[in-house]
Design a protein. Sequence first.
Length: 221
Amino acid sequence: MVKSQDIIDAYSFRHACKVFDDTKKINDDDFATILQLARLSPSSFGFEPWKFLVVQDMGLREKLKTVTWGAQNTLPTASHFVVILARKQDSMRYDSEYISHMMRDVHHLDEDMIKTRGSIYKKFQIEDFKLLDSKRATFDWACKQTYIALGNMMSGAAMLGIDSCAVEGFEADKVENIIKDEFGVDTDIFGVSVMVAFGYRINEQKPKTRQKLDDIVEWYS
């Protein structure tokens, strides 16, 4: 088992790497591990409302660069660049084919459990979180799930000595047009949640700054 200090060291190593050494590439096994960490990440109800586009084609990266102001240095230099998509409302509704598929074909629930779980999920969407009040509410909720996968990918990469940088600086509508036209993504089903670049740093990391633990944690024993 990994030691506590090894985990802390990896988190201290991780930083928002803004430019990578473009001569260094992540090996296939290590990047496969990073993708597995995304796949194994938890999601609300276990419904996995995500898709991961690994963009290695430099021509496609150049097209993304024109509408991704937050990745001007990472898109050209990253060993691997991932666009993370989140599902939109139609496929995340309690009565959608996708949710039925997840419960029946992925979770392998019997019909009674599908009915019970579906009823709970319906109440969760309509009453508890009011996710069906707007398409934006459902999409934002799905995006929250993708950030769990994003965090796991970045943390796991750090444990492998691999740098990363999450990217939110992009023109969402224009990126969505690109993934529709160039990647063949059905944008009625998926939207862009976040992007993330992986590689190896070329510059020294600045000292990490964080608030003190006592300033952000309160105990109620």
